[in-house]
Ligand binder design. Structure first.
Ligand code: SF4
Ligand code: SF4
Length: 184
């Protein structure tokens, strides 16, 4: 037996018939379902009240998380070289890899002879960022990291969430040394 759809026909062998729920008299009354839901809520409420120290959730912001691991991706930072100069060489690899197109770099000539270029400006729009870490992986100079451990960012206007070069350079690493492993 076959059935015709917009995509074509499919045979009954490929159709999985599932039982419809919610048609019984009990289901149509709604009250038993509400009772079941409230019962689960109160069960957890009393369990947590009896064991307040074992609650899995944090009373944030009074309590802060203490189990952020090194692999966790927080707010970005730009790293320094040993002489404290910026490690970034404005190669645009991070902005090219970024799926959100939220990295904006303007390159300028580097005057200290260490490399050809450096960023004149470097912005990350954290409202667009999806914290995927592709920028960190794409960087050939270890110039951008997401190991700040900063998980909370607040602001009053959209511009507060756009990190500029100076802000990104000022963020400290929560786990690793400050110095980039790029050549110095
Ligand atoms: S973490 Fe992902 S989305 Fe955010 S700036 Fe880096 S590449 Fe773009
Ligand atoms: S942060 Fe890394 S990938 Fe991005 S422009 Fe600078 S050197 Fe290139």
């Amino acid at each position: 037996m076959s059935q015709h759809t917009r995509e074509g026909s499919i045979t009954s062998d490929h159709i999985k018939v599932t039982k419809r729920h919610g048609n019984s008299f009990r289901d149509k009354l709604y009250l038993p379902a509400i009772y079941d839901g409230v019962k689960v809520t109160f069960k957890h409420l009393f369990k947590n009240l009896n064991n307040i120290n074992d609650i899995e959730t944090l009373r944030y912001p009074e309590e802060q998380p203490t189990d952020i691991t090194q692999r966790w991706r927080g707010l970005h930072r730009l790293t320094h070289r040993a002489d404290n100069s910026i490690a970034c060489v404005a190669c645009f690899m991070c902005s090219t890899a970024c799926p959100s197109n939220c990295i904006f770099i303007e390159a300028t000539q580097r005057q200290d002879g260490k490399d050809e270029k450096m960023p004149a400006s470097f912005f990350i729009d954290t409202l667009e960022c999806i914290f995927c870490g592709y920028c960190v992986e794409a960087c050939p100079c270890d110039a951008i990291r997401m190991d700040t451990g900063i998980f909370s960012l607040t602001g009053n206007k959209r511009e507060d969430f756009v990190m500029n070069k100076e802000q990104l350079l000022s963020h400290k690493g929560a786990f690793a040394e400050e110095i980039s492993c790029a050549r110095n």
